[in-house]
Structures are given as structure tokens and as C-alpha cells.
Design a protein around this ligand. Structure first.
Ligand code: GLU
Length: 556
């Protein structure tokens, strides 16, 4: 029997139920009709029910890379590792993407739903495709069944280690099942022995391969020599084989994935070639790192230690999607900040992203910087938007605040509008979860008085200020009149309206106009620092102002 007959018979023996050929899938998933240079990218997470910030970061790189080139990005679910899976592990991923506005053109859209012509986009639904390609590899003599047990494999590894082998694994002379005869295989199958399908590598220890990583440049590595497992004993593919089949039939041009996969590239190139598929371009993204609070060293963001490792954290805290995306882009791409300065107000997703401008060392994720970016982002939103976004957040995460905030929408919008919509807006809200405390003094349901005075102001003077102020304030005053009244109060009470004068001769006065305003501010809001007090007073209303002034007078 010549070899090809042997391989054909073996293929039939192993995959009797497979009647399709790779050509069938070539036709079913034709080359995409896209403009020259268009890139097809994919985000391919495992459905663990958790979206890591590094996942959002990777997805953003996928989507932008496709978008700037006029290409396609899609979401594929890699659920071949059943151990890591949970019931609906998909929604956390799709919800996280939706919450932050990262949209794929095609692929999985939710638990059990998808769109696009290159599906199914869930690996567990693609078994027939993998087995068809596997069968064709057996027919070409490029794959074979291996019956070695787990014990045999660990014995092999121990022996290799004892021999001081430079490479351990199933290859060359150690690959016991490589040359089994058809009769031996038949006997094993008849005896019900479990088997995996292995790749028959023709790699050599002396050869090296070179590939061009889109982020890291040229990388040279030893060629793959391992007879890698393609299908596990349950017929499910390994990551390596599924990657090769899926990225080929889904017509991915650029495989963008985490740097932990770099070492597997020689294996993947060998597999693509064996299958007769074009090798895609690779880009390996750096990890998301942070400075450890205790050691001060950079380390990976950890699911266990860092709440901010989960994308859901940012939803719960109420970071606007624009802020997180804006911040991720500043750490992902070295050109982003310059672009932002030149293009204020343009949506971040319009950034002309370039893989080559990504740093290959880790991206440092810093919550403090995210807060700063977010304050900027929120400061330029109008009050209407802020109101809508805060209410949306509160509806889900703080029902009580939602009721209070939405009871009088116009008043709430006016509150949120203080010191906003002007050339120098205040930058003091970083996330929706902070808004309740930020504006709580406007709502009696939350207001807790605290009339602690600055040390330089005597209680008796404060009382005198408040008594006088209660007599003279009027909500009809425009801002200048309002402030002039406060200035006019100063001299009779032993303060000066002139800060400069006070600085030149501090002994001569009890304080200056700033101290007088401070006392009024504290009495009305129980805070030392607030946005514009004139605006605050107009929203508190006359009765509430009088009530708070007299309450403060009594209790100071
Ligand atoms: N499913 C793989 C993972 O979860 C994805 C790797 C890839 O993007 O190819 O890491």
C-alpha cells in the first residue's frame, strides 16, 4: 500500500462522519471584498464571564485598526477550553464593549446572538470545520492520531529533563505514535483507546524563522519542531489549531493579540503553511501594568488584587465611556495626546490609529491619571448631557439618588450647570458616582450641616456676618450687586473689602472680604469650597437661605 492510500484510509477511519472538504469552506467563506489595504481584525476572548481592562484595550486596538483602514473588525468567542467557561460568559464581554462604545462590525452581539457572513463566531459551533481541515491534514500525511496516555507523556517529559534535553515535548524520535501502522491504529481504536490528533511537524532544530510583528518589528525564533495537538480526545481543537482555521476562514488579515502568544508564532506559522493557508500578519500587544501600591514596582493588573482590572468596575463607578476610551488611547498610542490637542472635541474613535505607534513595553494604567482625563472630559459636557448621564447611572446604581435628582429635572440641570458651559469650566467631577456628594447640599434629603469655621474667624464675628447678611441679601440682585453688598458689609464689621490692603496690614483687620464670603458659604452649604455662590443661592431659594443662615447663627 503506498503512502497516500494509507493516509486516505486513515483519514476515513478517524473522520468517517466528515464529508466536506476545505474547498467547500473556501467557497462558503470567500475572500472579503474590501478596498486595497483594508484590514480585518478580531477580538477573540474566552467566555469567562469577566472582561479584563486588557481585553477592552485589545478590542479597542482591533476596532481602530480595522476602522482606519476601511476594514472589518469582529468578535469571536473562543470557548474550546471548557474548564474556564461559565454558563453565560459572553454577556459580560458584550455588555462591557457596549458600555464603553467599542463596536465590532460583525460577530457575536450578545449571549446566543451574532451577525455577519463568516460565522458561526463561537468556536464550539465550528467543530465540523476543524474536523474537515483535520481530516485533510491526515490525508496529506500531515497529522496522525496519538494514543499516548497522560502518564506516558509525563514519563517522556521526565526522561527528556533527566537527559538534559534543550527542548522537551512530543517530537522527532520521541514521538512514539508518529509511525504507527494502520493495523496498530485500528487495534487501538477497536480497543476504545482515546486519541488526540497531532500535527506532523517537519521543523528542524537547526532552522530559525523570522516574522514581522506589526508592533515589535522583526522577530527571529527557532522553528517549531513539536508535533502539537490539533484536536483533543473529545474532538475539540486546541487554541493553536482553532486559531489557524478560524482566522483563515474568517479572512482575518491582522491577528492582534496579547504578547503571551509571541512564543507560539512559529507553531502557528507552521500550521498555516501545512493547511495551505496564507499566514496572517501578527501584532502582539503589551500588557496593562500598574505600579504596585506596596512595592512600587510595575506589575500586571490582577483580577484578584485590583478592582480596576475588571471593566465592570468603571461602569459601577460611573466613568463616562468617553473618559475610559480617551485614557486608554493616551496610554496605547504615543501620538494620541498631540492629536487630541490639535482636534479638541472630535470623538476619540476618529483618531487615526496606527499599530506602529504602539509601545511594545507595558502600558501603565493609572487611576489618578484616568480621573484627571475624566474631569476634563466631563468639564466640557453640557449640563443637559451631564444630567442625562448621571440619571442613567443613578437609575442603575443609586435608586434613591435617581428619585431625588429627577424629581425636578430643570432644577437639577441648573445645579449641574453652575460654572459649566463657559470658557473655563470647573474640573471637579471625574465620575457619575461622585455627583451625589458633589451636589448633596442642594437637597435637604442629603444635607448634613457642618458649620466648622476656619481658625482665623471667631464665632462671634461669624454670627455678626450672618445676622447682617440675612438682613441685606436679595435674590433679585445681579452678581455685581450681590458681591458689592458683601463688600459693603466688611468695614462696619471690622473686615476689609480689599485683600491687598489686608495683606499689607493684617493687624488692622479681622479679615478680608474672602473671609466674609467664606462664612456665608459655610453657613449655606456647610462647605469651604463650592462653585459660584451667587448661582448656588439662586437655586437654594429665599426660604432655604434664611433657614440655613439662622440655623448657622444659632449653632456656630
Ligand atoms: N482566546 C485567546 C485568549 O483568551 C485569544 C488569543 C487570540 O486573540 O488569538 O487569550
Amino acid at each position: 500500500m503506498d503512502n497516500s492510500a494509507f493516509h486516505t484510509e486513515l483519514a476515513e477511519l478517524l473522520f468517517p462522519h466528515i464529508d466536506k472538504t476545505p474547498e467547500y469552506y473556501e467557497e462558503m467563506y470567500p475572500a472579503r471584498e474590501l478596498p486595497e489595504g483594508a484590514r480585518v481584525t478580531r477580538f477573540a476572548p474566552s467566555p469567562t464571564g469577566y472582561l479584563h481592562i486588557g481585553g477592552l484595550f485589545g478590542a479597542l486596538v482591533d476596532v481602530l485598526t480595522a476602522k482606519v483602514s476601511g476594514g472589518i473588525s469582529y468578535l469571536r468567542i473562543e470557548d474550546t477550553d471548557k474548564k474556564r467557561e461559565i454558563d453565560d460568559g459572553v454577556s459580560a464581554i458584550t455588555n462591557g464593549m457596549k458600555a464603553f462604545g467599542v463596536e465590532f462590525d460583525e460577530g457575536i452581539t450578545g449571549f446566543g446572538t451574532e451577525k455577519g457572513n463568516y460565522g458561526p463566531y463561537t468556536q464550539s459551533r465550528r467543530a465540523e470545520i476543524y474536523q474537515t481541515v483535520a481530516k485533510s491534514l491526515v490525508e496529506k500525511g500531515l497529522a496522525y492520531p496519538c494514543f499516548c496516555t497522560a502518564d506516558e507523556l509525563s514519563a517522556l517529559r521526565e526522561k527528556q529533563e533527566a537527559d538534559g534535553a534543550a527542548i522537551t515535548g512530543y517530537f522527532g524520535k520521541y514521538a512514539k505514535c508518529r509511525d504507527l501502522t494502520l493495523d496498530e491504529i485500528k487495534a487501538n481504536l477497536a480497543a476504545g483507546k482515546p486519541w488526540v490528533l497531532r500535527f506532523r511537524s517537519d521543523g528542524s532544530e537547526d532552522r530559525r524563522i523570522m516574522f514581522d510583528d506589526m508592533i515589535r518589528g522583526k522577530i527571529e525564533m527557532p522553528e517549531n519542531i513539536i508535533d502539537e495537538v490539533l484536536l483533543k480526545s473529545d474532538g475539540i481543537p486546541t487554541y493553536h489549531f482553532a486559531h489557524c482555521c478560524d482566522d483563515h476562514y474568517m479572512r482575518t488579515t491582522h491577528v492582534i493579540r496579547g504578547e503571551e502568544w509571541i512564543s507560539s508564532v512559529p507553531k502557528h506559522i507552521a500550521l498555516f503553511k501545512a493547511c495551505g493557508f496564507k499566514v496572517p500578519k501578527y501584532a502582539h500587544t503589551p500588557q496593562v501594568l500598574k505600579f504596585d501600591d506596596e512595592t512600587g514596582d510595575k506589575r500586571k493588573l490582577s483580577k484578584r488584587k485590583d478592582p480596576e482590572a475588571a471593566v465592570s468596575y468603571f461602569t459601577v463607578e460611573g466613568f463616562p465611556k468617553e473618559s475610559l476610551i480617551e485614557y486608554l488611547l493616551t496610554i496605547i498610542s504615543s501620538g494620541f495626546e498631540d492629536w487630541r490637542r490639535a482636534n479638541p472635541g472630535v470623538p476619540a474613535m476618529d483618531y487615526p490609529f496606527n499599530l506602529k505607534k504602539m509601545s511594545s513595553s507595558g502600558c501603565l494604567f493609572d487611576l489618578v491619571k484616568l480621573n484627571d482625563v475624566s474631569k476634563n472630559v466631563i468639564s466640557i459636557m453640557n449640563a443637559e448631557t451631564v444630567y442625562e448621564r448621571v440619571s442613567e447611572w443613578a437609575k442603575e446604581f443609586d435608586g434613591e439618588f435617581y428619585k431625588i435628582l429627577t424629581a425636578d429635572p430643570e432644577r437639577s440641570k441648573a445645579i449641574l450647570n453652575i460654572d459649566r458651559e463657559n470658557p473655563k469650566p470647573r474640573k471637579d467631577i471625574a465620575k457619575w458616582g461622585e455627583v451625589r456628594d458633589y451636589i448633596s447640599y442642594f437637597f435637604n434629603e442629603y444635607y448634613v450641616s457642618d458649620y466648622t469655621l476656619p481658625e482665623n474667624i471667631a464665632p462671634a464675628d461669624a454670627k455678626a456676618i450672618l445676622t447682617k447678611y440675612a438682613e441685606i441679601f436679595s435674590l433679585d440682585d445681579d452678581k455685581d450687586t450681590w458681591f458689592n453688598k458683601i463688600k459693603d458689609m466688611c468695614a462696619p464689621l471690622g473686615f476689609t473689602p480689599n485683600v491687598k490692603e489686608f495683606k499689607q496690614n493684617p493687624e488692622a483687620f479681622k479679615g478680608h472680604v474672602g473671609d466674609v464670603s467664606s462664612v456665608i458659604r459655610i453657613a449655606l452649604t456647610s462647605r469651604r469650597n463650592t462653585p459660584d455662590l451667587w448661582s448656588i443661592m439662586r437655586l437654594l431659594g429665599e426660604d432655604e437661605i434664611k433657614r440655613r443662615l439662622s440655623d448657622a447663627c444659632e449653632r456656630i
